[in-house]
Design a protein around this ligand. Structure first.
Ligand SMILES: Nc1nc2c(ncn2[C@@H]2O[C@H](COP(=O)(O)OP(=O)(O)OP(=O)(O)O)[C@@H](O)[C@H]2O)c(=O)[nH]1
Ligand SMILES: *[C@@H]1O[C@H](CO)[C@@H](O)[C@H](O)[C@H]1NC(C)=O
Ligand SMILES: *[C@@H]1O[C@H](CO)[C@@H](O)[C@H](O)[C@H]1NC(C)=O
Ligand SMILES: *[C@@H]1O[C@H](CO)[C@@H](O)[C@H](O)[C@H]1NC(C)=O
Length: 377
């Protein structure tokens, strides 16, 4: 069948019109995200508030409506050489959580970040990003540390195959995380922080708001014992502090998590600090600052290899009441070699990709979660 000429003309005109429209749209779409979302208002391009869903779930499964942000930031300590890992981590953070919430990021380094690092990181998020240099005195081994004693300790640990036992930078990092990161000027304007993490699940609630509304101090997902060789005199030093400063020790504290004999001995349990959502104001408070100074003066960050995880955990469990600690049951998280995978309803709601039957550390024989649970009894 032949198309009549006038119909043919209309067809050509319509095609040209369509082509023109398509070109205009695609030009604007690629050149200008604002016009793209204006042309396709239902599309899922990021636009200010529109992506924040109306309903959120609290961890106890009740829902609420969120129209506000917490006073909080992501914070990441990183080297320029960590770029690829950092980028992967931010992409996950953005996809699972932050593209809806737009919390800012602060990156800290003991050296200047390269332009390449800054560019790669910034292009992953619409949230504000800041890069900070760590003051030298917050990072390096202090003058008064006896280097002979410190290097002898490193050699001995290295010989005994203690993980990171021979590393000085690792010790600098642990001391910095224990006592200095929260004093950095870029963090002064925030109350809560969260470091980089690998997620299994979508986060449909805001853990920062949870911390803020419930006045929590420290949130975790994994708890386990520290290597004994790295903290031989830590508990002795903590006990000295408690004896000298009884007023700083909180009534109704979390000692039951740290000790199985009422404080005599440390059971080496700690919250894994590579995931922690915590209060900067708490670390900046007088009790914790004094606590850190006391530990620092004992020299164990260098003469042994005290980690920031036991230091934070002991600080939080002793200097804050136990009800200010929080287990984020519903946040699926992995840091080699262990992971926390949410169970049942929380697993479904988070669309988690981890297997909670096969690989969940919560009640693994090595987990300290039961010692946290007993605080709640
Ligand atoms: N700027 C800087 N960052 C560091 C340094 N050492 C470690 N970091 C960062 O500190 C964070 C923790 O370091 P890791 O070496 O992964 O320590 P960890 O998580 O306790 O160790 P693992 O048991 O291996 O997981 C990472 O984000 C590192 O990029 C350093 O010397 N300089
Ligand atoms: C994008 O479009 C908006 C609205 O049409 C306009 O105000 C803005 O200048 C455009 N931006 C660019 C980069 O073209
Ligand atoms: C959580 O809420 C969902 C839907 O609102 C409900 O189906 C489910 O049973 C609840 N789970 C618990 C543990 O309360
Ligand atoms: C956020 O918290 C910091 C530290 O407590 C505080 O100085 C700052 O005023 C707070 N900002 C807002 C907007 O509440």
């Amino acid at each position: 069948m032949m198309i009549k000429p006038w119909r043919y003309l209309i067809l050509v005109l319509l095609t040209l019109l369509g082509l023109h429209f398509a070109l205009t749209v695609s030009h604007e779409a690629y050149g200008n995200a604002t016009s793209f979302s204006r042309l396709f208002p239902t599309s899922k391009t990021p636009s200010s508030q529109s992506e924040i869903p109306e309903q959120y779930h609290w961890p106890d499964n009740t829902t609420f409506v969120l129209d506000r942000r917490a006073n909080a930031t992501m914070v990441m300590l990183a080297r320029n050489g960590d770029l690829q890992g950092v980028v992967r981590s931010i992409k996950q953070m953005e996809d699972r959580f932050n593209k809806r919430f737009r919390y800012p990021y602060v990156f800290l380094n003991d050296e200047l970040f390269t332009d390449q690092f800054k560019e790669r990181v910034t292009e992953l998020t619409d949230a504000p990003v800041e890069f900070g240099l760590i003051p030298s005195e917050h990072w390096h081994q202090p003058e008064w540390i006896d280097e002979e004693k410190a290097s002898a300790a490193r050699e001995a640990m290295e010989k005994n195959n203690v993980i990171y036992g021979g590393s000085l930078p690792y010790r600098n990092m642990c001391r910095f995380n224990s006592g200095f990161f929260f004093r950095h000027e870029l963090l002064a304007k925030y109350k809560y922080y969260w470091p980089d993490v690998t997620f299994f699940c979508d986060l449909d609630f805001d853990p920062f708001i949870f911390m803020q509304d419930h006045d929590k101090v420290y949130g975790f997902t994994i708890a386990l014992p520290e290597y004994g060789e790295t903290i031989e005199t830590l508990w002795k030093t903590v006990r000295e502090f408690m004896e000298q400063n009884p007023d700083f020790v909180a009534p109704n504290n979390g000692m039951g998590f740290l000790s199985d004999d009422g404080g005599l001995n440390y059971n080496r349990c700690h919250f894994w600090s590579n995931f922690e959502i915590a209060s900067l104001d708490f670390w900046r408070s007088e009790p914790y600052m004094k606590f850190f100074d006391h530990l620092d003066n004992a020299g164990g960050f260098y003469y042994e290899r005290w980690g920031d995880a036991p230091v934070h955990s002991i600080g939080a469990a002793l200097l804050a009441p136990k009800d200010k600690l929080h287990f984020f049951r519903e946040i699926g998280y992995r840091h080699e070699p262990f992971q926390h995978c949410p169970m049942s309803e929380a697993h479904r709601r988070g669309k988690c990709w981890c297997d909670s039957q096969m690989d969940n550390f919560d009640y693994h024989w090595y987990s300290c979660l039961p010692k946290y649970d007993r605080l709640l009894e």
